[in-house]
Design a protein around this ligand. Sequence first.
Ligand code: F6R
Length: 504
Amino acid sequence: MREFLIKNGYHFFSQTDTEVIPNLIHYYYTKETLEDNKFLRAVQAAVHDLKGSYAIEVISSLCPDKMVVVRKDSPLVIGKGSNENFIASDIPAILSYTKDFYLLDDYEYAVITKEQVQFFDSTLKEHQKSTKNIEWDATAAEKNGYADYMLKEIHEQPTAILETIGSRLKLEEKTHFEDLTITSAYLQTLSKICIVACGTAMHAGLVGKDAIEKLCQIPVEVNIASEFRYCNPIIGEKTLCIYISQSGETADTLAALKLAKEKGAKTLAISNVVGSSITREADYTIYTHAGPEIAVASTKAYTSQVILLNILAIYFAELLGSYDSAKLEELKADILSLPSKIENVLHEKTQIEEIAKKIYTEHDMYFIGRGTDYHVAMEGSLKLKEISYIHSEAYAAGELKHGTIALIENGITVVGVLTNPVLTPKTISNLQEVVSRGAKTLIVTNQNLRNTNFDFTISIPKVNNLVSPILSVIPLQLLAYYISKNKGLDVDKPRNLAKSVTVE
Ligand code: F6R
């Protein structure tokens, strides 16, 4: 396209793809003979030539009072104001101006002026569209006295979880989801469930797998979306694919969802953003309702996803009658006790702040655990590396001696997560191996550990193992936060990362 435009007299000043677009629009604009809607028709002609994903806003001195927007697989929202309208890539960006949003479909065009927004399909046939009211409070997207969004969002976890639970889960009542029409007959046809997501959302999926497999006896695979979309997965009518995405806009997750639909699998989206792309593509959607998450490092979205997956597992188990109902009631009681238990963990933050002061200069850290604790270790390790830039890895504790233990020496900190009474003695013996090789040890546990020689121990309340990640992850989030602060880094906007990964 660049070559074509250069041959036609256009000059380029950068290497970005984006620069092609205005030149191409200008090219078509000068070719248009009809005056009516010339600007829009030139944009449409240019968009017709584009491949890939994009969200485009076109403004021009030739039509100073209007802008044209169009998207394909990338987020773009239009905020409706009074005598003013807005566009943004994300709802929180304009939440202080309006709560009424138009959500644009792929290849749908909007022509926006101060007074109105007109919509056109890909053939430029005009149509009407109604707004969606977003209930988020504008102050929810502010720091409210906290030093950083991440710290605020860590502290919002008790209320975020309450919102996620909502009226879905109550003691001695059947769990229910509004708008989820999955039946017991359908669940009985399933040969497996695939959970697909990226990063932290994928880590939440790993915890969800434990819950669904235990309560429903349906095999669950957890897949990284960028792998799933290219591995020709064995899925079809007998597979339910669950997609987890805070933003609902992650390019790989969205592409993996479209693939499952093509292969005939039913799709269920778990997202925090109402009307986001994955929710519009999926057969079913359930929302985490955690409120806007601004910090790049995900905290409250993770815990809300873990809770929602547990509630979903209980809902499926009740439909299938696959788990002892008294034990399900105990699990429900544990889930309902979580908000106050999270408050208790948050009260211990000064202890974690002090530990961070002692270890923030380190270069390597390892996180270990077994079972669900291993999945939390993965999340703790990701949190640390993304905001503190300390090299860190998570291992299933039993794997350490199959290679990685060669790296353990003086000056390295190993974080152990110990919440499962059956697996705790095993992980303790792995930790003793690293202690004897000179590593410092930091333990997050809900067990009474006697006669141990660990350097730091953070105690958390006891709770059912399926939801223990909600409590054990919080000290790890705070540890990453305080280490990053000690290093003087920008906690909310770590280098090289974006909140929504809308490219593959
Ligand atoms: C890490 C983090 C990322 C996201 C991942 C998926 O703290 O936030 O790993 O979890 O990019 O994002 P969503 O959930 O928006 O699909």
